[in-house]
Design a binder for this molecule. Structure first.
Ligand code: HEC
Length: 184
């Protein structure tokens, strides 16, 4: 019995220790807390401007690749979009798909499954085929693949469409009018 009560009190000790005043010393400091105003004269969160309303559409949910394929590219593939897409592609995609887009990235070479070829030299399928529209590339970035991770948290939907435009316009060297027709 003595042993049991000792064991119980030992088990409870850490819970009780949380209640000591010094247990919270690190939390009680001058830093600005979440949802706290940095201005002591106006404590609490900044109120929303008058007549503000919550907006929908800050994120895009994509159920599966078939749903993604039906999505229409809302971002015009102009020079600015392609340039932004190039920048993002170089950060997020080149480790595996390589600067060339053919799948020769240094990280990709270490994977059990080689990254697929995103350029028109892909021998598995044609990127011109209606089975591989802009939405397919968007969907792959959103959902990830068997080995490829999802980029839904790293790239906003608009950023993903910029990457699609870069892949289409530069890596696949599709004339602008073809992509424009596909995205209609
Ligand atoms: C960690 C490595 C890795 C990174 C980074 C990566 N991918 Fe992939 N990707 C793969 C692999 C491996 C595959 C092969 C299929 C699979 O994993 O399901 C693939 C396949 C794809 C496919 C399908 C191609 C086809 O022919 O069906 C697309 C599209 C794609 N990736 C686009 C991208 C884009 C765009 C980025 C950058 C946002 C990216 N990937 C970043 C590894 C990667």
């Amino acid at each position: 019995m003595k042993k049991l009560s000792l064991a119980v009190s030992l088990m409870l000790a850490p819970c009780l220790a949380q209640a000591w005043p010094w247990s919270r010393d690190m939390a009680n400091q001058i830093s600005v807390k979440p949802q706290e105003s940095p201005d002591p004269a106006n404590p609490g969160m900044t109120p929303f401007p008058k007549r503000s309303v919550p907006v929908a559409g800050t994120t895009v949910l994509v159920e599966d690749i078939d749903a993604a394929k039906k999505m229409v590219n809302p971002v015009k593939a102009d020079a600015r979009s392609v340039q932004t897409g190039k920048h993002l592609f170089q950060i997020y995609c080149t480790p595996c798909h390589g600067f060339s887009g053919t799948g020769d990235g240094l990280v990709g070479q270490k994977l059990i499954m080689q990254p697929f070829n995103l350029t028109s030299s892909n021998t598995m399928h044609s990127w011109q085929s209606p089975d591989y529209p802009d939405g397919y590339i968007f969907g792959y970035m959103t959902l990830g693949g068997a080995v490829m991770p999802s980029y839904a948290n790293d790239l906003s939907p608009t950023e993903r469409w910029h990457v699609v435009n870069y892949v289409r316009q530069v890596l696949q060297k599709v004339p602008a009018d073809v992509t424009a027709a596909q995205s209609k």
